[in-house]
Design a protein around this ligand. Structure first.
Ligand code: BG6
Ligand code: MG
Length: 215
């Protein structure tokens, strides 16, 4: 086996919450008269909630905001976002993703989640994968968000493997950068396939066993 463990990003890899993030940020930006579009939204991929807010506020021209106000704004976005998450169920995991996860697990590969989101455990519960992974590390466990490698290093540690023994799967540039910084090989999917730093690129997770299980 080429890799003994796989660390998956959650949003944009296991399931798709991008549109929920976009709608919640968009309604907040509209309420503050801030220009926001899909291209700016792409820059939020993999980045923590507060750092995402800072990116959105680059286009804010109103009176200065205190840290307490920024926190209140981010909490209000999160409440809106969580209403969308509560609509999620097992149908939000593609059949090919689920069968790939099972195939890897049946072959003895350790599987972990390494997500910047503080809602990762809630999302995993909603999509029926709350107790599937060997370890979950998320935005609640880390001090430094992607592109810092902390979330992946912690995940590797929790499954008792070194970075060299693990493969990271990511849809964000920030996530690819984090994987490379942590000494991990990485698979890019979706938006991240444009990142030349990725070790492999795939169009569907079902290509993973071919990469991971070979000698
Ligand atoms: C990442 C998303 O998974 O989580 C980012 O790609 C998001 O877009 C980040 O900003 C933080 O999410 P949350 O759920 O903690 O607000
Ligand atoms: Mg992602």
């Amino acid at each position: 086996m080429r890799y003994a463990g796989v660390i998956f990003d959650l949003d944009g890899v296991i399931c798709h919450t991008d549109d929920f993030h976009y709608k919640a940020w968009k309604s907040l930006a509209d309420s503050m008269n801030i220009y926001f579009d899909e291209e700016i939204n792409n820059r939020l991929r993999g980045v923590s909630r507060m750092e995402s807010l800072d990116i959105i506020l680059e286009r804010y021209h109103g009176p200065p905001l205190s840290n307490a106000e920024k926190l209140r704004i981010s909490e209000s976005k999160n409440m809106h976002y969580k209403n969308f998450i509560m609509q999620m169920d097992e149908s939000y995991v593609a059949a090919s993703v689920l069968s790939t996860l099972h195939e890897l697990r049946e072959n003895g590969v350790k599987l972990a989640i390494g997500s910047s989101s503080k809602n990762a455990r809630l999302i995993l519960d909603r999509i029926g994968l709350g107790s599937f992974f060997n370890a979950v590390t998320d935005g609640n466990d880390i001090e430094f968000s992607k592109p810092h490698p902390q979330v992946f290093l912690l995940a590797a540690d929790k499954i008792s493997l070194s970075p060299g023994e693990c493969l990271v799967v990511e849809d964000a540039f920030a996530g690819i950068e984090a994987a490379v910084a942590g000494g991990f090989d990485c698979v890019a999917i979706g938006d991240a396939t444009r990142d030349v730093r990725a070790t492999y690129t795939v169009t569907d997770l079902e290509e993973l066993p071919g990469i991971i299980l070979r000698e």
